[in-house]
Design a protein around this ligand. Structure first.
Ligand SMILES: *Cc1c(COP(=O)(O)O)cnc(C)c1O
Length: 350
């Protein structure tokens, strides 16, 4: 390891990105007020931008993607309702059963092929209110799909789900923690991507490099409820403008940054594949910034591969006994791509 690379290159997630120099600078100069009292001008501006970005009436700034998800479901359901989510969704798997704890809803987790609902299966799970069954009142979507290696939901599929939901009078929610990655990948504007969706959340703290925060957008009525739920969960910021200003910075040029992240992912995969030793290594399609490496393709446990990578200065995340994840982000510089490729090739064994 050269001196320059003594510092670990952290590719476990895009959440590890640090605020940009522009963000630090903006934090110093942010106008602030009191968010709970509604007069923090910077938070108000970020929320306005969020509503505009998604073509919704209103928006709130929350502490995290998880908080946005939990607020959204609470505000859109009644206790004991049933809601539909993908069996591999973040909201169902990685939020400490918050849906049960906070909203008291029952989840109908549906198995999906490539992250898309089978429409017949979806329709079967739209249960109507009866003596024996609580009604299904909400369908959740996720794009890009975290536990499906950054897969992008087909915008047409989203519209099919919206249509069926409208037909049954059911609400729709998009967990769009990385929705802007999906937009960049598919060339669809955020507004179009979530057209007809009742509410959508975005993480500012992932590929967008903000230190903290998420946006949740929807109708004015929904956001009014959401504000109360945010307060209940302890998410009422005071001088939130200090953090919100980073979101304003991030929304200025997200396309360019996320496009670059996607390119880095493609460059790493093609770089490995073009080497003689790398021919048999199995990757996902990497439609966005998430690379999955199937370590079974070179007969190695994921833990062992991750250890090898760490010894050489790169952190990756074990996601299955035989799969690791690498996420490309703005703190991974283009000049380090050859190092990443070489290191992967060095770590797969003979
Ligand atoms: C990261 C993520 C979340 C949670 O966001 P946090 O800010 O880490 O709480 C929710 N949904 C999806 C799809 C995510 O990728």
């Amino acid at each position: 390891m050269t001196a320059e690379r003594m510092k670990m290159l952290d590719l476990r997630s895009d959440t590890v990105t640090h605020p940009t120099p522009e963000m630090y600078n903006a934090m110093m100069n942010a106008a602030v007020g009191d968010v709970v009292m509604g007069d923090d001008p910077t938070v108000n501006e970020l929320e306005r931008l969020g509503a505009e970005l998604f073509g919704k009436e209103d928006c709130i700034f929350t502490a995290s993607g998880t908080m946005s998800n939990q607020i959204a479901v609470f505000a859109m359901t009644e206790r004991c309702d049933q809601i539909i989510a993908h069996d591999k969704s973040h909201i169902y798997n990685l939020e400490r059963s918050g849906l049960a704890q906070i909203s008291g809803v029952q989840v109908r987790a549906i198995k999906t092929e490539h992250g898309q609902y089978c429409m017949e299966e979806l329709e079967k799970n739209l249960i109507s209110d009866s003596i024996q069954s609580a009604p299904t009142t909400l369908i959740c979507l996720e794009s890009s799909f975290n536990l499906n290696d950054g897969l992008v939901l087909d915008p047409k599929h989203i519209q099919d789900v919206v249509e069926i939901a409208k037909k049954y009078g059911v609400k729709t929610y998009m967990d769009g923690a990385r929705i802007l990655n999906s937009c960049v990948s598919s060339g669809v504007e955020p507004k179009q991507m979530v057209e007809g969706i009742d509410a959508v959340a975005l993480c500012l703290s992932k590929g967008l490099s903000c230190p903290i925060g998420s946006l949740l957008a929807g109708s004015r009525e929904f956001i009014n409820k959401a504000k109360k739920v945010r307060q209940m969960l302890g998410g009422g910021w005071r001088q939130g403008g200090v953090i919100a200003v980073c979101g304003i910075e991030a929304l200025k040029d997200w396309q360019k940054h996320l496009e670059q992240d996607h390119e880095k992912a493609k460059d790493i995969i093609s770089g490995v594949r073009s080497a003689e030793r790398g021919k048999n290594i199995v990757f996902n399609n990497a439609e966005t910034n998430i690379i999955r490496i199937d370590t079974s393709s070179f007969n190695m446990k994921a833990e062992k591969f991750a250890e090898n990578m760490k010894d050489k200065g790169i952190l990756v995340k074990v996601i299955e006994p035989f799969a690791v994840r690498i996420i490309c982000h703005s703190d991974l510089h283009k000049k380090d791509i050859p190092f990443v490729i070489e290191t992967i090739l060095d770590c797969v064994g003979e």
